[in-house]
Design a protein around this ligand. Structure first.
Ligand code: NAP
Ligand code: COA
Length: 276
């Protein structure tokens, strides 16, 4: 037992897109709980920094650089992590891209960039991890978003991609259930200090509006997501599979779609102000 309240000593966790923000926080929480952790993302510099920081927890750490859109490269990175750390007890797929843009204003390549990272990247990450999952007993988690079920203006690409991610969660829960592999989605709400929030609420005024729209009246923390991931990976969640679990302070219940409309107008007026 440790300060996280969970014991994952001797377990191996892969976090795809695990080098910053929410996913890095989750990787830290697993290492703090005693797990050996592997991380993958595009930037070799971010991978190296993450390895260095994760090693402070005293467990075995591995990291490789790969783009989740490039299946052979991602497969090589996942094989490399399994070679170093062994089979996976937990796989978390969280690489994502986002920028606010109306559908008619972005290029087809802009839409495709997000779909290819979030949706294809999730399929690639799970497909390449499958041979390395411990059976029975492993736990797979996809990091989704409220956009999967709450339509938001300027987010058509993310809404489409994350809805697809949650359907991968549900279908793979069915396909992999008989092997004893559980598959779930975690749906973070607005998490403070993250790249995602900087992109959707780039000014203090917008951030205040978001905070006020959360029923629990605070932004989430990476540890709110980490604690959920630890729970889902633990024996306490043995009978949970195919679930899409909001960890959002009630945000997705609260008329956030209307808020996004207002944010979109404010973001556009900010762009106007800064001449973007
Ligand atoms: P972030 O810090 O930008 O994290 C994204 C991670 O994915 C980074 O490690 C990034 O590293 C990696 N990545 C991005 N594109 C990649 C690619 N093509 N191939 C491989 N790795 C890639 O963002 P965040 O805000 O913490 O978001 C993390 C997750 O939470 C995402 O799935 C997001 O949709 C979800 N989420 C966030 C919020 C929020 O409030 N922030 C709310 C709901 C859901 P590299 O740049 O090195 O590739
Ligand atoms: N508005 C409209 N279109 C945009 C855009 C914006 N703010 N930012 C990028 N695009 C478009 C580009 O113009 C390009 O389309 P084009 O070739 O027709 O011009 C397309 O998206 C791809 O952009 P590019 O910069 O080449 O892609 P990339 O693969 O290097 O980066 C992104 C992918 C665009 C998603 C980038 O924002 C990213 O790497 N994000 C990761 C971090 C992140 O978003 N974190 C938050 C997660 S919630």
């Amino acid at each position: 037992m440790n300060e996280t309240g969970w014991n994952f000593s001797g377990k191996t966790v892969l976090v795809v897109g695990g080098t910053s923000g929410i996913n890095f926080g989750v990787a830290c929480d697993f290492a703090r709980a005693g797990a050996n952790v592997g991380v993958i993302s595009r930037s070799q510099e971010k991978v190296n920094n993450s390895i260095e920081r994760l090693r402070d927890f005293g467990t075995q750490i591995a990291g490789f650089s790969a783009d989740v859109r490039d299946y052979p490269s991602l497969e090589g990175a996942i094989n490399g992590i399994s070679n170093e750390l062994g089979k996976f007890d937990v796989v978390i797929s969280g690489a994502a891209g986002n920028f606010p843009a109306r559908a008619a204003a972005m290029s087809p390549n802009g839409f495709a960039a997000v779909v290819n990272i979030d949706l294809m990247g999730t399929y690639h990450a799970l497909r390449a991890s499958y041979p390395h999952l411990k059976v029975p007993g492993s736990s797979v988690m996809n990091i989704s978003a409220p956009q999967a079920f709450v339509p938001m203006v300027m987010q058509s690409h993310v809404c489409a991609a994350k809805a697809g991610v949650d359907m991968i969660t549900r279908t793979l829960a069915m396909e992999w259930g008989s092997a004893g592999i559980r598959v779930n989605s975690i749906v973070p709400g607005p998490i403070q200090g993250t790249e995602g929030m900087k992109r959707l609420a780039p000014t203090p005024e917008l951030l205040d509006k978001v905070t006020d729209s959360v029923p629990l009246k605070r932004l989430g923390t990476t540890s709110d997501i980490g604690q959920t991931a630890l729970f889902l990976a633990s024996p306490a969640a043995n009978y949970i599979t195919g679930a899409v679990i909001p960890v959002d302070g009630g945000w997705s219940l609260s008329g956030v779609s209307g808020l996004m409309d207002e944010l979109a107008r404010l973001i556009e007026s900010e762009w106007f102000k800064f001449g973007i």
